[in-house]
Design a protein around this ligand. Sequence first.
Ligand SMILES: Cc1cc2nc3c(=O)[nH]c(=O)nc-3n(C[C@H](O)[C@H](O)[C@H](O)COP(=O)(O)OP(=O)(O)OC[C@H]3O[C@@H](n4cnc5c(N)ncnc54)[C@H](O)[C@@H]3O)c2cc1C
Length: 442
Amino acid sequence: MTDYEVIVIGCGPAGMMACGELARRGIKVLGIDKKPRLDVNIRTASGYCFLDQPFNGEWIRRTPKDDKTVLEYTDTGFTVVYNGTMEGIHHSHMFSDTGKHWQASTRKKPFYHIFNPHQCHKDRFEWAQKMGASFMPGTVFMNVTQSESRVEVKVRQNGKDRYLTCKKLIAADGLVSKVAKVTGANKARTNFGMKGPTIEYELSGVECPYDRGDMFFFGSGNFGGRAGGIIMVPSCHGEGVYRMETMSVLPASTATDLIEFFTKKSPFAHWFKHAEIIEVSGVVIEFLSPMIVPYLGNILFAGDSAAFGECLYQCAVMCGYKAAECVQKELEGKKGYDEYTQWWGDHFEWVRNPKRMADYTKRVLFPRFFTVKELDFLFDLSEKNPIVVDEADASPYDFTKMVMEQFMAMPEVPEELKQRMQFIIDADMAQVAQVVGKVQKA
Ligand SMILES: Cc1cc2nc3c(=O)[nH]c(=O)nc-3n(C[C@H](O)[C@H](O)[C@H](O)COP(=O)(O)OP(=O)(O)OC[C@H]3O[C@@H](n4cnc5c(N)ncnc54)[C@H](O)[C@@H]3O)c2cc1C
């Protein structure tokens, strides 16, 4: 006998979906999370999602229904209801060290939609409770041991250790997964050494003179000589409200310095003269190569705990659903974990194709592929040749390729730059590092 059939460590998008879906299937499940409240999102997330287009082997069909949105995962085969509307974003901007501006816009299909991560958490939590899942908030996972037929989990609650048992465990404890650490499941993964903090401010009253869209700011000139960058994404809370996240280096205090300098002293500070902080959140990001086989004995790793970088909210949810389906099969004596492994590799492109890890990082590394002078030259050119298309692939995998190809089509761009852009499009992780190193020395 075990206390539960399944225990889920971590009730973020992946874990919460798994809890609700397991309970819906009549399985006795417990969700454990260190957060005291499970209906709120404290992890930094800008709130963009890629719908009505192929992304990570899935096609999520969006159907607005009054003040709700129905999201149908047409490949994995389930539907969730989001209790809110989603806004399509048609503009994307970049600003160089010297304040030069680049913009791309779509006429018909938005680059992506924005949603409210708090609302998603609340929706999923209420649904999972309704389905009969049990939860232990404010409880920290400490350790795990397993035999062939059972798993024992050590947790800490109110300063006291507790031991709980189950037949199957889902580790959905996110990017820096402790379950993966203590079980040795990360041993085969490559650590790319790209660890850094990010702080996110949600600000209202931002007086931004550009079309509503995401904005990438980079260059030490905008940050008082500090290394890093800022991504500003329109918030679901409406006009003049933006979520701003830093791309920063350790120690974590540098992230706060970066955003404080940018909003108070940078050339863009006047946009924030009347701005108010609505919310602050943060997270430390670490890049490991993905797990190729995301299970170990009775433990299945779902969502970011097994991922390269991030699954994104929408795909963490689908991991949670699939994890529940496959754990049920395991409980019935079938090869559910092998099915999950196949699905994981079929859906997340970086599992089987290491180059897609590199592609995923190219958007945030974009400014580091060029010198300040080269960027200013390119951005000036794009002001003369505005990039306006009906639709474009703005997913993290292919956004940089799309931008590079737009530049490569401009006759004024010298051959050497075109060749570098083609090299960057084709580059794997090692080659990306090589280009960044060369440009920095230039
Ligand atoms: C700066 C930034 C911006 C982002 N923006 C977006 C965006 O705009 N759109 C998007 O879709 N995605 C975005 N993401 C990615 C997205 O947030 C993640 O991919 C998603 O949250 C992963 O879900 P998950 O359930 O796998 O893990 P998580 O969301 O990380 O959830 C893990 C859960 O486990 C709990 N936990 C961790 N350790 C323990 C422990 N020891 N004991 C108990 N509980 C524990 C945590 O409290 C948490 O609730 C962003 C990420 C970052 C870093």
